[in-house]
Design a binder for this molecule. Structure first.
Ligand code: PMP
Length: 470
């Protein structure tokens, strides 16, 4: 086992985490990178000032905010995006994990032209919707599907369906997990989620959510099957079993994968208590395998939610389940609806995406590139005697400068180091790598990424680690 950065460090920086680096070195590196970022992003700064006059915080969505300003992008092609200053970067952000087909894929450009010219939206089913549902049933071995326009809508619909099917109100999620921006799931969220370990309750993570709604959402730690058993057993005694257990089966927080046996245990426990098991595969679906985590780990949920990579870059979402559960929708006891559900343009994109781009060969290629990044970064960690945390599966992966494996909310919280996270992001974007600000150590690849892109990622990582340790 290698040393953690903390073990190597001279000064322990913030109290937050197990990982610490020399505080003076970190401060200096941050100042240098902040300066470099400001000097090279004048166009984004200018647009930010103008945007703030009309867009709240200068952005269309709070997750697009930036410090000191967001990078405003102009266009993308294949694995590359350009900002308004004309700087190009290899895209490992992938529009929060959606652009697995890469930017402006020629197949999608052709399909969009063709479909738009024939009408893009009729709010009526098209043949493509049938083809997409058939492709998804094949990949997930769940027969009944409906579409939405986002991941949040997919999880909201899935939870409502589970509630109607079971006749129960409570739901269970995992501590810290994100499942979208609707009231039922904005509870027990983030690394500062303060969840009562016995009752599973916590405060809403956003103002504007009624306490009465938040009280129906309980949380248990990820990778902890006994905790789920304890909670369901206690709720069963009080005759207050939940409708569903919704979890991101892999890449929780973008970093933590299920330990051997965890998903199987979750399957058994939920079946035992008659609780609907929902795999939220909004991020893992179509990225870590053709049939997402269900295929990769061989565990079948009762319901699955998809979005992101489904729509080939257009807003999309889907809920799949068994005929028995979806009967509550078929009978119209549950309203599942939306003006843009199954939108003709989105369905044409999704059909081409599933049948022509995300092919079996594409997953082989994604796996190879991901493994190349991980083995390159692992070698860097080993050279510097750092334990770290590395994971890769299909298009998804991460390399974290942690003192050990990240397996749940507690180990993520221990690892969390705002200064190091900030430096990781700045260091990357200043050197041609585009990653998400919140978790810059995770990536999503596209089918357009090649070996040379992987090697750039590794080189930039090597430079970061050397600057912190040598
Ligand atoms: N579930 C998961 C696992 C997600 O990662 C996200 C988005 N990051 C959502 C649901 C919500 O999706 P959307 O942003 O499309 O509403």
């Amino acid at each position: 086992m290698g040393q953690s950065l903390k073990e190597r460090s001279v000064h322990a920086d913030p109290p937050q985490g197990a990982v610490a680096v020399d505080a003076t070195r970190l401060r200096r590196a941050l100042a240098d990178e902040e300066r470099r970022f400001a000097e090279t992003t004048a166009g984004s700064h200018h647009l930010y000032r103008s945007a703030r006059e009309v867009l709240v915080g200068g952005v269309p969505s709070s997750y697009q905010s930036g410090n000191p300003w967001p990078l405003y992008l102009s266009h993308g092609n294949g694995p590359v995006v350009w900002d308004v200053d004309g700087t190009d970067r290899i895209d490992y952000h992938a529009g929060f994990g959606a652009m697995v087909q890469g930017h402006a894929h020629p197949v999608l450009v052709r399909e969009m032209h063709t479909r738009y010219a024939k009408g893009s939206h009729m709010a009526a089913p098209t043949e493509d919707a049938v083809l997409v549902a058939k492709a998804l049933s094949g990949r997930w071995r769940l027969p009944s599907w409906r579409f939405t326009s986002s991941g949040s809508e997919a999880t909201a619909d899935a939870i409502r369906i589970a509630r109607a099917y079971t006749g129960r109100d409570a739901i269970v999620k995992t501590v810290g997990s994100y499942h979208g921006h609707h009231d039922a799931v904005l509870v027990g969220l983030g690394t500062d989620a303060a969840v009562d370990p016995v009752s599973g309750t916590s405060r809403p993570a956003s103002a504007g959510i009624p306490d009465a709604v938040a009280a129906q959402t309980l949380a248990v730690p990820f990778n902890d099957a006994p905790a789920l058993t304890r909670l369901l057993s206690a709720l069963s005694i009080r005759d207050h079993l939940p409708a569903c257990f919704i979890l991101e089966p892999a890449f929780m927080f973008g970093l933590a994968n299920p330990e051997p046996g965890y998903l199987e245990a979750v399957r058994d426990i939920t079946r035992h208590y008659g609780v609907v098991l929902i795999f939220d595969e909004v991020k893992t679906g179509l990225t870590i395998a053709a049939g997402g985590a269900a295929e990769r780990y061989g565990v079948m949920p009762d319901m699955v939610t998809l979005a992101k990579a489904l729509g080939g870059g257009l807003p999309s979402g889907a809920v799949g389940s068994t005929e028995e559960i979806m009967a509550v929708v078929e009978s119209r006891r549950v309203l599942q609806a939306g003006t843009f559900n199954g939108n003709a343009l989105t369905m044409a994109a999704a059909r081409a995406n599933l049948t022509e781009i995300l092919t079996p060969e594409a997953y082989v290629q994604l796996e190879r590139i991901g493994a190349r990044i991980v083995s390159g970064c692992r070698a860097v960690l080993d050279e510097h005697g750092i334990t770290g945390h590395t994971v890769s599966a299909g298009a998804r992966g991460c390399v974290a400068l942690s003192g050990g494996p990240i397996r749940d909310h507690a180990s993520l919280r221990d690892y969390e180091h705002p200064g190091l996270t900030r430096l990781t992001w700045l260091h990357a974007v200043n050197r041609g790598i585009y990653v998400t600000p919140a978790r810059p150590e995770q990536w999503t690849l596209s089918v357009a990424h090649a070996e040379k892109d992987a090697d750039v990622y590794v080189e930039v990582f090597r430079e970061l680690v050397s600057s912190l340790t040598s």
